[in-house]
Design a protein around this ligand. Structure first.
Ligand code: GDP
Length: 193
């Protein structure tokens, strides 16, 4: 898919604010700062459409990016932020859970993890949550440019083992710097369209 036309449509906290176009949606889940916005930007060839934030956990809304009038990327606020109150964290949890478990347009979740490190407890929890609700999941192991190519296979293996990845689930080695994994990611998304 060659993408030229992308626009941010809406930031939503409640279902009434979700777009009503009926287009397929792919949600991006991952801890703050893992590279979710950079992933979106690379996928759509933009430098800074999806805001890359230097303040982890600041994005507390679901951001819907409409791509080519054919699908939405939904940037889910990152988990694993320590600085918010328990009340905020609970509200965040409810918002994400409502979206992920009730949204008819959701085709799959892209779980973004850092290839350099084993997935965190939060990553594992999110993966288990998706499996429990039988929500299709694609693992994107990003920041691959930060480790030598010769070590990718070893890191992919650790990622698979830590998540206890279902052999049916796909994992893509990705880099927002080099574009590694971009074509494969579009190919996999294509299966859900
Ligand atoms: P988000 O909070 O998950 O949306 O993370 P961002 O996309 O804002 O990225 C956080 C930081 O990691 C930024 O400084 C990015 O430039 C950097 N980053 C994200 N993806 C990559 C990547 O693939 N390679 C490298 N080298 N840096 C990345």
């Amino acid at each position: 898919m060659k993408v030229n036309n992308a626009e941010m449509v809406i930031s939503a906290v409640k279902p009434e604010q979700y777009p009503d176009d009926g287009l397929p949606e792919f949600a991006l889940a991952g801890r703050s700062n893992v590279g979710k916005s950079s992933f979106i930007n690379k996928m759509i060839n933009r430098k800074s459409l999806a805001r890359t934030s230097s303040k982890p956990g600041k994005t507390q809304t679901l951001n819907f990016y409409k791509i080519e009038e054919s699908l939405f990327f939904v940037d889910v606020p990152g988990y694993g932020f320590a600085k918010v109150s328990k009340k905020e964290r609970e509200a965040w949890g409810r918002m994400i859970e409502t979206y992920l478990t009730t949204r008819k347009e959701l085709r799959a979740v892209l779980l973004i993890v850092d290839l350099r490190h084993p997935p965190t407890e939060d990553d594992v929890m999110m993966y288990d949550f998706l499996k429990y609700y039988e929500i299709p999941c694609i693992v994107i192991a990003t920041k691959a440019d930060k480790i030598p190519k010769g070590k990718w296979a070893k890191h992919v293996k650790i990622t698979k083992e830590t998540l206890d990845l279902d052999p049916a689930d796909e994992i893509v080695t990705f880099s927002s710097e080099t574009g590694e994994g971009k074509d494969l990611s579009w190919k996999i998304l294509g299966k859900y369209l």
